[in-house]
Design a protein around this ligand. Structure first.
Ligand SMILES: C[S@@+](CC[C@H](N)C(=O)[O-])C[C@H]1O[C@@H](n2cnc3c(N)ncnc32)[C@H](O)[C@@H]1O
Length: 290
């Protein structure tokens, strides 16, 4: 109990003093393995959402936090050298993979920006995009400000598609993480600034509050294959899912922290007390207001 209070006070202090964990460098690190793990498992859901947006070949499309460009490449195929595509991501490593992937679309009107999403959104002209897509990254944004900007930059009848992890995902991993920091709160050195969507109603509310009309919204989960303990470790360390949590912890003690996490996960895995699935929420909406 006392450690829980210590953690709450520490986090409150770090938030107040702006000592916020960053994930940019950690995304650089996983950029070479991200597609073999995260995209391999979750990419089909990204494609399912892109299908629902019904992008047209002449469209001007913005892919926010494009990562390794898996979704961007599908958009580029649909645009078929006719429309234009703008990609934004903060991570040099991730965007480097995207650049390589999109090299073959030589005729496409393509812009790639290594930048913070909010900084780019603020300078884009109003009513300038037919489609805005954001895959697996709204958790890093201030939701109200992010959606307000999207609503502003969309053309009349323009569409937005969003997919992201929702709260209570991969609970076995989250519980192991919590147990380790509860035992020793001194591991925590920064505030974790991510806001996962709560559920499907949450995404609908974000759309409607910004005068966007919901076309589709849904939630589901994808089981993570965990035949061996190594499968779990690979998912944790190579898919990018732990990027958000690395910088929260004292970097000098990260090796020791990692060993403790592994021991906790192993305990649950050996006792069969294990369920690992990525829960997600997605939605498509269009701009119906002037
Ligand atoms: C889980 S990956 C998703 C990548 C890609 N959209 C996909 O569908 O696979 C999250 C991405 O968001 C990027 N990101 C996080 N916060 C960002 C920010 N504030 N500005 C720009 N990119 C950001 C990361 O660099 C990373 O590439």
């Amino acid at each position: 109990m006392i450690n829980k209070i210590i953690i709450i006070i520490k986090l409150f202090f770090y938030k107040l003093t702006g000592n916020i964990a960053k994930n940019k460098e950690d995304y650089d690190v996983v950029s070479s393995t991200y597609d073999s793990y995260f995209t391999k498992l979750m990419g089909k859901h990204t494609l399912e959402l892109l299908n629902k947006i019904e992008i047209n070949p002449e469209d001007r499309v913005l892919d926010l936090a494009c990562g390794t460009g898996f979704g961007s490449a599908r958009i580029a195929e649909i645009l078929d050298d006719r429309g234009s595509l703008v990609l934004v991501d903060q991570s040099e490593g991730m965007i480097g993979v995207a650049r390589e992937r999109l090299k073959k679309f030589t005729e496409l009107n393509l812009e790639i920006h290594q930048s913070d999403v909010m900084k780019i959104l603020e300078i884009l002209p109003s009513g300038s995009f037919d489609v805005v897509f954001c895959g697996w990254a709204i958790c890093y944004m201030n939701h109200p400000k992010f959606m307000a900007q999207i609503s502003r930059i969309l053309k009349q009848s323009g569409k937005v598609g969003i997919i992201d992890t929702r709260q209570k995902t991969e609970m076995s991993l989250m519980n192991a993480y919590e147990r380790v920091i509860l035992k020793d709160p001194s591991y925590i050195k920064k505030y974790l600034n991510i806001s996962h969507l709560v559920d499907v109603d949450h995404i609908k509310e974000l759309f409607t509050k910004n005068k966007l009309t919901v076309l589709e919204s849904y939630e589901d989960s994808e089981p993570i294959p965990t035949e061996s303990f190594q499968d779990i470790l690979d998912w944790v360390e190579k898919s990018g899912i732990s990027t958000d949590y690395v910088d929260v912890v004292d970097r000098k003690r990260y090796g020791e922290f990692r060993e403790n996490i592994i021991a906790e996960i192993n305990k649950d895995f050996s006792s069969g007390n294990y369920e690992l699935a990525r829960y997600y929420v997605a939605g498509v909406a269009y701009k119906s207001h002037k």
